[in-house]
Design a protein. Sequence first.
Length: 596
Amino acid sequence: MKTNHLPYGCLLGLLVSLAATSLSWGQTATWNGTGTASWLDTTKWTWTGGSAPSSGLPDTATSVVIGNGGTVQLQGSSQSIVGLTMNNGRLEITRDTVGAVLTLSGAVALGSSTGSVSEVLLDGLGTEFIKTGSNQMHIGASGTATFTVSNQAKLTASAGFHVGLGNSTGSTGKGTLNITTGGQVIVNSTFMVGHRGNGTVNVTDGGYLKTTNGYLSGYGQDGNRVKGTSLVKVSGENSKWDVGSIYVGNAGTGTILVEDLGQVISTNVVYIGYWNGGGTAPAPAPIYGTGTLTVQSSGLFQTSSSLNIGTSGSTGTLNLTSNGRVHVGSGAGTITLGEKGSLNIGADVLLPEAVPAAPGIISAGTVTSAETGSVIRLFHSDQTGAYHLTKTGLAAGAHVTLAGALKLQALSGVTTLIGANTFTGGTEIGGDAALTARMVIKHASALGTGAVVVKANGVLEIAPTITSTLDTLTLEGGSGLAVTLDAAGGDTTPAIQLSQSLSLAGDSEEKIKIYVSGTEAITNPALYDWTLLTASGGIEAEDASRFEVVSDLAGLYVFLRDDSLVVGMNSIVIPEPDRLGLCLVGIGGLAMRRRR
């Protein structure tokens, strides 16, 4: 399903056209120092477009240009100017005995021209960079720029804010915003990272970012087809991004990384892998992007609305690793996967040299999809024991419902499903030659209604007293089924009930193993057999020679009886003396039963 939303279409009309080296609002003060000097040194300013103020310093009628590679230091002083353009220079706004404050009412362009390099440091308690008015602020317009806010300093902006803007002619700006050690950035307007350029935002060590919304990896649907790239990283305890709606990967490549107790809290809808047709005319052919959200190492991503992954044409991926948690709609919300959407619990198996990682947590009511192609991949280790697909990852947690057309792939680790699911895309277990995957079923309809395929090194385990109801089941060579036998024996209630058929596939030389437990309570297994599986559509095998029982009790074997797969016993356990007569009678009865 393709969706078009107004924000991106409107944003083009908001972009400000910038000159290569300056912004024109009356008089301009250009920094002429080549080394390091104070902002308050009147000899370091060259004036054009008007005479210098009586103070000899830039004022509320002055636009400032820093472009000769020098370093400007503003310490413990408050200054107000119109706008700021920086090319090849450094501005340090720091605390002395009090914090320094720079207030700007016009546009700000850092790294405004191609090839330029600009840096701004905002540091210290009480130090502020206050951007007022309706003109935008650009970090990395067409050149390279870095803005660092640290040690409880604060940046506020009332208009559009771009990190890695670039431009429509193909010049790729590179912008970096670092918010660290208690620094704060508050943007009360549109916040864009990697619009057509390369944008990076790092919120670390207790940094705080608050924005009205978040657009990562740009518009890109104009005639020049310039794609942006972006990364927003929130890392470390007390590091946080408060945000409204989020759109990631419109036409470029966008990534959000939340880790090490960092938090992203969204109060509106979130799209990971988002496409919007834009507002150009005639409309160009679509360019789809890629969006990724990775939550790891006890990080938290939370949205009070819905979370959409790859639902609008672009590719979207959600990775939940090492106790990273996604919390949707107070734990009752919906995660929707599109045709190009995937959810990885553990590591992303599609990455080069990927290895299983500890699983993350889905705190949501439902994961669903309306389109085929969407997939949940389980590629995790078992460092914390058997993983349960619940809102806590533990057996005591509430069930997360899997619905719609999505597909479930278990590639590594032990995963337990405890509740009813309705998904139709099917289930695959195993298939990696070097890893084992085990799926434990604790509800009859845990695997939905799609086809189930157990591949080599994969095991499907049915919990005691459960009859798993499936449509079709395919067992490949090297796969396995795990069941617990009833100690009473003679059990005709199957562990698996197929409405269609059982198929055997793969390497016929590799045995399909039946893992049997619960045998320690069985006193005379030779008297009984146990129905493992029934298939209304039949079993596509001439005999049971491809099966092999793995158990601590010798003599168990598998045989076919009508459309059932049955575990039997071909040896006699020596009974206790006082049970001998009863056993002899029982054995005689069994012989008559087997001849029927």
